[in-house]
Design a protein around this ligand. Structure first.
Ligand code: SF4
Length: 622
């Protein structure tokens, strides 16, 4: 098989049994790899109604079709499972080097099923896989686990693992690889913890076969050079992802004090320039990346001085900084480092703490509730303290470990209107009232409150002229009219491809759809046009939607927190604005060919996409 190795590993943890399977070529043609391929396995194998933390849920790791090649940023793998945070289809992807090493180990992916009686880790060494006892690793965090396993197995092994948060089933626990890179969203660290699976070590020398080697090499080099000279390289290479903070704040969409406003008065203390001045970061990139947005940082002053790690990323600064109203960059950075070490999603973690701060502000939580514990906006020390408590489920941390949706359901008293989540997944640091098309993207994302499902804020907040959509659509991004809905749909579809190819979405601020379809044709030897690319993404997106429909999702779930729909932004250039989904949702459903009442993809659409088998599953009860 070209591109992929053509094999997956199936690990039954209940029986301790490992088997190899070939990937049918037809599945690669229809789903490419990574997210798409893993979602097809999940849809086939996880029946509706399964508890995400039960043995019947499956945890699927899958590298992308391009992963491990010289195509720019081809480093990524996806994890797909039913999410314990949302109860729906979930996906997280991560860069670094682990996804590349998984493929080199001789397998494109691994399906974990069942639950081990005792803690174990999986080792794959050049095509040979083995489960080993992990009792001595249980209770340890990510950095220590990685170091111990590298010492034991050898430096050539790359490690993906969970920390204490995953072991304790924190609903937004992440899976970490290369120590600092996270498959962060949707709580897959908890799924891994529920299976008593501590880590996966991979190593190997398997080669990837490319159908048109010369053409692929030339295209990869051309695109690498293009990206190397792009504004992305200079902006992100210089300031990391935090370069966008000023732009988001200027348009009045930087969520501040748990989204009570979109303008933060102390951005100069926490923006890209501050990060550069205060933390002396050095650039670090994933495999084959020309941009290198990552940075190794060191805290140089205050109580956390001497702590080192990768980051902080924009989203961590947005949640721990803006949302929690903390102007202390050292505390924000340390909270981010802690999340990486415990294995916690920084977006959900910071957002849940900000929600808790507002609950105290409004008297919904009081000092008496948790042994005198109280936290106010801006309290940096207690924010850091709360990260420890969440990861260990200590005291009030046990409540926060469930995420904002479950917290609001438990606390009541109107708290659900400012629990900033969609379908259970906490929202990232872009206030969609300031760029309304973003609200439609949040409301309809298959995995819940997600910023990279359509990644439309690249065009709205950051003002990048997208090359992935047609020229005629670019103006629509900035208007609130029905045509906008098609932009969201088209971007969701093409980014489903991007996750399936295993490349970084940041590259797509400069790449064109043609650059993606051409690479697929060259690597596989198949005819693959831009139209095929769009159709493939649409197929993947509809399959994921069908998984959610099977779980009981309806149109009612495609919505936003009441704060975004009813509370106008109080200041800034977006003052007075709210999200109005009514204008956008009907046209979006029309473009998608989804039923406007039930939210189901129509049988005709499913047939057109080659998803005939899905029809009977989501229309079975009618
Ligand atoms: S831009 Fe950043 S996240 Fe993307 S591949 Fe490069 S280093 Fe990794």
């Amino acid at each position: 098989m070209y591109g992929l190795i053509g094999k997956i590993l199936r690990v039954n943890l209940t029986e301790g049994k490992i088997t190899e399977e070939e990937i049918p070529e037809e599945l690669v043609r229809k789903y490419l790899g990574g997210r798409g391929l893993a979602s097809r396995y999940l849809f086939n194998e996880v029946k509706p109604g399964v508890d995400p933390l039960a043995p019947e849920n499956k945890l699927i790791f899958m590298s992308g079709l391009l992963t491990g090649t010289q195509y720019p940023s081809a480093s990524r793998y996806s994890v797909v499972a039913k999410s314990p945070l949302t109860g729906l289809w979930g996906q997280a992807s991560s860069g670094g080097y682990w996804g590349v090493d998984l493929k080199k180990s001789g397998f494109d992916g691994i399906i974990f099923e069942g639950i081990s009686q005792t803690p174990v880790y999986l080792v794959i060494d050049n095509g040979k896989a083995e489960l080993r006892d992990a009792q001595e690793l249980w209770g340890k965090n990510v950095f220590e686990t990685t170091e111990i396993l590298k010492e034991k197995l050898g430096k050539k092994f790359n490690i993906a693992c969970i920390g204490q948060a995953g072991e304790r089933l924190v609903k937004y626990a992440s899976i970490m690889n290369d120590k600092h890179r996270a498959a962060g969203r949707c709580g897959f660290g908890a799924v891994m913890g529920s299976k008593n699976l501590k880590a996966i070590g991979v190593s190997g020398t398997e080669e990837i076969k490319i159908a048109d080697e010369e053409g692929f090499k030339n295209l990869s080099e051309k695109l690498f050079n293009l990206l190397d000279e792009s504004i992305l390289r200079f902006g992100m290479g210089e300031f990391g992802t935090n370069m966008v903070l000023d732009m988001v704040n200027i348009v009045g969409g930087f969520p501040t004090r748990n989204w009570q406003t979109g303008v933060c008065p102390f951005v100069d203390e926490i923006n890209g320039t501050a990060l550069k001045d205060k933390l002396s970061p050095s650039p670090k990139g994933c495999f084959a990346c020309p941009v290198k947005c990552g940075r190794m940082s060191e805290i140089r002053q205050g109580p956390y001085a001497g702590q080192k790690g990768e980051g902080p990323e924009y989203e961590s600064v947005g949640t721990f900084g803006g949302m929690c109203y903390v102007d202390n960059l050292e505390a924000i950075t340390y909270a981010h480092f802690l999340c990486n070490d415990y294995g916690l999603d920084t977006i959900s973690c910071g957002s849940t703490i900000a929600f808790t701060m507002e609950c105290f502000e409004k008297g919904i939580l009081t000092k008496e509730d948790y042994d005198g514990f109280e936290i106010n906006f801006g309290d940096a020390e207690k924010m850091v303290n709360l990260v420890h408590k969440i990861a260990k489920r200590e005291g009030i941390g046990d409540l926060l470990a469930e995420g904002t949706k479950r917290m609001a359901e438990k606390l009541g008293q109107g708290s659900e209107r400012f629990a900033m989540q969609v379908k259970g997944l906490e929202l990232p640091a872009y206030d969609s009232r300031a760029a309304k098309i973003t609200g439609l993207a949040f409301a309809t994302a298959n995995r819940g409150g997600c910023h990279i499902d359509a990644y439309v804020q690249g065009a709205t907040f950051i003002q990048v002229p997208y090359t992935l959509i047609e020229d005629s659509q670019i103006e629509d991004v900035h208007k609130e009219n029905p045509k906008e809905a098609k932009v969201v749909k088209d971007l969701q579809d093409v980014f489903a491809d991007v996750d399936s190819l295993g490349i970084c979405k940041f590259m797509c601020l400069a790449l064109r759809a043609e650059d993606l379809s051409e690479s697929i044709a060259q690597i596989t030897g198949l005819q693959f046009s831009v139209e095929d690319l769009r159709k493939t993404g649409e197929r993947i997106y509809n399959l994921e939607r069908a998984f959610n429909i099977r779980e009981g999702l309806t149109r009612a779930h495609d919505t936003l927190p009441k704060r975004l729909l009813e509370e106008p932004l109080p200041e800034g250039i977006a003052e007075g604005q709210v999200n109005n989904l009514k204008i956008l949702l009907d046209p979006y459903y029309e473009f998608r060919s989804w039923d406007k009442i039930t939210g189901k993809p129509t049988p005709e659409k499913l047939k057109e996409l080659g998803l005939e088998d899905v029809i009977e599953q989501i229309y079975a009860s009618e």
